[in-house]
Ligand binder design. Sequence first.
Ligand code: GLU
Length: 294
Amino acid sequence: MTKPVFRFAPSPNGHLHLGHALSALLNTRAAVALKGRFLVRVEDIDLTRCTRQLEQEMFEDLAWLGVPLDEPVLRQSDAFPEYRAALEKLQDLGLVYPAYLTRAEIKKFVAEFEAEGQKWPRDPDGAPLYPGDASVLSETECNDRSNSDAPFTLRLDMKAALKRIGRSLFWEETGAEGKALFDKPHQISADAAVWGDVVLARKDTPTSYHLSVVVDDARQGITDVLRGKDLYEATSVHRLLQELLGLPVPLYRHHRLILGEDGRKLSKSNQDTSLRSLRQAGASHAQLRRRIGL
Ligand code: GLU
């Protein structure tokens, strides 16, 4: 049997919070329980929001938590050529198109559509599906933008991608903590169509979260993706990209989420639940573990 390889993949675009502590600790515990390896990966493709200062502070929080860093830590901003190669593969399959609508234009289109009384479809995160440039811009406007310096995204043609695969996709899901780590996996049907034409890259960034995560899980030999339930639905897109790119498929283990007092998912913008502020307020490890139910 191959040794399991787990990873914790935070983005240094803010301070880690209690939800990250749970994820990091569950990954390290699972790696020990299943006699595997544990890696930290820095997901810093958003070069405007991710900074080296925040990365350093993130490492300090992880050290305080007792989460080991396997040096050298893989940083996504060092791997742009790998993502570009994967993107080109999808382009060569004819599955990628440039999209010029700005967020504001999409919002306006959707508001006008919904003013007529019908709901515009949204993805599992609540973002409206991409309506297509032609539903908002004239042919001349589309041409003008593609011939200018206008910002754009590169999107996956979801219908064409699903057609190319031509069969249902699944993933194997099992437990993330305690005895459930050893449970027999069960099959989950992937439904990537609900995401519409997802973003694969942007004008200034040759990748997106979905693309880089599948490329990295493959090149780091990750066998077990243990992450929060907030990314459960995204697994459908990851399965589709793995299939299109011919990448191996890890086992998935989505863990419970820590909710804030308002009952919502924690956010990096709320300093009250950041590990840094809890640490600075003198919280002990035992208090932290109690708070996250470990
Ligand atoms: N970078 C993602 C985050 O901070 C996690 C990605 C993943 O685990 O697949 O939420």
